[in-house]
Design a protein around this ligand. Structure first.
Ligand code: ADP
Length: 228
């Protein structure tokens, strides 16, 4: 039997009503993401990238189609089950880091693990391991304001994978960084994907960075196409 996709989108549809008219943002999107695979989602502004990531991350419901996480269908789940599944299986990274400003880098990675039920010592141990992997070992006691933009984004990546999700969704994670820093953050993200076997779907405008991922897809007229 072939390996099962950790994230599978099947014929995903999403429409938004605007007064009398309806716009179809997603008109039958199919995608399969395997463990350890990184896929870049490249499309112009307004094409539906954020909508697609929100639906894949169970933050928003599709109007049609199915989102499967490790084979499990999610469309018939109630909101509590979707939230529980999202918390355990999906990590998010956004363009802006959204770290808690009053807490250190370490605490920002510890807190989601404690919410998930881990004891502080275990959570701190994993947080140190992750921050070390991302090159932030010497920065764990710093608050977000005491970190550079690239360091903040690496802490945000550590936080996103703190609970060992199977799927990592990122919306322009380097969009707010200068090219050299973006390159470095992207490199560490790619290493993390390979080392942890998380499946990553990363929306980006940066074609150079996208070229370093396993696959590239784009949204055209509400459908996903391979870019090669
Ligand atoms: P992208 O992330 O590629 O820039 P989005 O997914 O944010 O695109 O948006 C795709 C389209 O859907 C846009 O035309 C946007 O205006 C529209 N859209 C997104 N969210 C909503 C919403 N909540 N209500 C109405 N229209 C929306």
């Amino acid at each position: 039997m072939s390996e099962e996709a950790v994230l599978r989108l099947e014929a995903i549809e999403r429409r938004y009503g605007r007064g009398e008219t309806t716009i179809e943002v997603l008109g039958g999107v199919d995608l399969a993401l395997m463990a350890g695979e990184s896929v870049a989602l490249i499309a112009p502004s307004g094409a539906g990238k954020s909508t697609l990531l929100h639906i894949a991350g169970l933050l928003e419901r599709a109007d049609g189609g199915e989102v499967r996480i490790s084979g499990q269908a999610t469309s018939n789940m109630n909101d509590d089950r979707r939230t529980a599944l999202r918390r355990s299986e999906i990590g998010f990274v956004y363009q802006f880091h959204h770290l808690l400003p009053e807490f250190s880098a370490l605490e920002n990675v510890v807190i989601p693990q404690m919410i998930a039920g881990l004891k502080r010592a275990e959570a701190a141990s994993r947080a140190r391991e992750l921050l070390g992997f991302l090159g932030l070992g010497a920065r764990e006691g710093h608050r977000p304001a005491e970190l550079s933009g690239g360091e903040q984004q690496r802490v945000a990546i550590a936080r996103a994978v703190a609970n060992a999700p199977r799927v990592l969704l990122a919306d322009e994670p380097t969009g707010n960084l200068d090219p050299k820093t973006a390159d470095h953050v992207f490199g560490t993200l790619a290493e993390l994907v390979k080392a942890s076997r998380v499946a990553a779907l990363v929306a980006t405008h940066n074609l150079e960075l996208a070229a370093r991922m396993d696959r590239r897809v784009t949204l055209r007229d509400g459908r996903l196409e391979e870019m090669g």
